[in-house]
Design a protein around this ligand. Sequence first.
Ligand code: AMP
Length: 619
Amino acid sequence: MAKKVAPAIGIDLGTTYSCVAVWEHDHVEIIANDQGNRTTPSYVSFAQEERLVGEDAFHNSAIDPLNTIYGVKCLIGRRFSDPSVKEDINLWPFRVLVGANDRPKIVVNYKGEEKQFSAEEISSMVLMKMKQIAETYLSCTVKDTVITVPAYFNDSQRRATKDAGVIAGLNVKRIMDEPTAAALAYGFHKIKDYSKPQNVFVFDLGGGTFDVSLVNIRGGRFEVKATAGDTHLGGEDIDNRVLNYFVDEFLRKYKKDIRNNSRALRRLRSACERAKRSLSTNTVTSVQVDCLYPDIDFCCKLSRDRFDDLNKDLFTKCIELTNQCLKDAEVNKSDVDIVVLVGGSSRIPRVQQLLKEYFGDKKLHRNINQDEAVAYGAAILAAQLSRQGNDMVNKVVLSDVTPLSLGVDIIGDVTSIVIPRNTSVPTKKVKAFTTTTDDQTTVAFKVYEGERLQASKNLLLGMFEISGLSPAPRGVPSIDVYFKIDADGILNVSGKVRSSGEMSKLTITNEESWLRKEEIDKMIKEAEKYRADDEKHKRRFDARRELDNYAYEMRKNVRNLDLLSLVSKSEVKKIEEGICEAISWLDLNEAPAVKASKSKLCELKKICEPIVTEMNSQK
Ligand code: AMP
């Protein structure tokens, strides 16, 4: 590849689709994949001979549902015992097992062997694909990137996403919140017009997650006032509702339960998703799957009203969270200037109708590209962080908030909040704690994230201990606990005894919960191995294809009667036999070694020489 300064890219790593963009020639370019599509399915498929990512993996999902992985954004940074993980597993055709320290492990069969992958590794494969798409377009190696996550992602989910980027060989310059990126995409070209502050409400309903943010824009300053959401609410949940409805219908009509038939479920799910999209423009559609069950073609109508009814509580939840976000931002809905709709699922008419009823018709802004806005905003920030933007890019100042409260447990399993939710980040806060018994020399803290007063009901991020305190009556020693959140929204915690100055540091790369440095290093090596495997396969495939193309081209030529009259009969026979032999060889060898294909090609070229010479002389 030609050497040139590698531009930084923005990647929207979505549950169902991902999108990559770059800042170049003073504008953002959304980069199309090898099929010409501007978004790429976040799918990875482990076929018998090769690993497929993106479009090819998506197409393979109906053929090989057990080894085609999707929706891992619902797993990343979560524990196996998380109830939402259990729910997802029940609906996915592929297997997920509990791994060490309660981490989910995805199980596939690859090249005849059982393999287990973490959600970070599968996500890294999607990220690597997005990196490759950018590299092909830019003709250079790409490293620096901004990856977006739902604003409502917690500390573990953010960390895990960053790890996935590192495993993919990327230098993750920033983890950016999706609604902030969308607000930037919306407001970037209006920076000059915003001398007066504007309240922009971003409503982002994607494939697997829902996020809302109230962003105040003034000049180039984008200040998030509050955020709310649900990391498990999106198009996939909507598809599940429709899927369950039709599985029940099938059972009722044909007395057959397809719940344990992964292939049938996969095919019915795809039909449900298509029906859902169709209902965004039509009031009635049909769900049709030929041979869903041996000898049964399934066809059933679905009206928009029924669809709305099946998803009523999910849509209501979106409005409840909208309400909560405005309340937290202390902004009245009448003070919202514009509502920006992002995420594929925000196209659903009932969702838009509920928003119209809530905010009033005029405020809904649908002109932004719902599927590309997040990557667009990420590319602007990537350009700024790598100093590759223009004056407009440099004018942008972003200020995010932390989505969830962070604190430690105190006596009685009570949460003592150190950083309340919706605090601007980056931030650093300190809170003083003390001992609970006389002569206590060690104090242990558990760090939690969440809104519950009962500490153990929140998410445990990690633990740390301060030891070696001088014996003193309870309540006398003073321990300062520092919470620092960086621009990626990732937390670092440390503690200090005020009298001795002894420091105890906890970086939440918790030994038990998430990936340790050595594991990440191991995964980077594995990822390189997989990439090398893929490239090896590609080289084999290219060499085989060259032989295949040549053999079929020659078969066509040898049937050309004009040419035949010029070549002797015995030569024609020899050529026909040679072609036939090459085609049979191709049929028997699905993935031959490069050398073998090349030598076969050489052999065939020699045999076909008389006919090629004639063809050239006729040109
Ligand atoms: P995103 O994560 O933003 O790419 O959104 C993907 C989700 O949007 C998927 O669940 C799609 O099924 C859904 N989606 C895309 N287009 C439509 C549409 N026209 N109507 C309803 N849902 C859609």
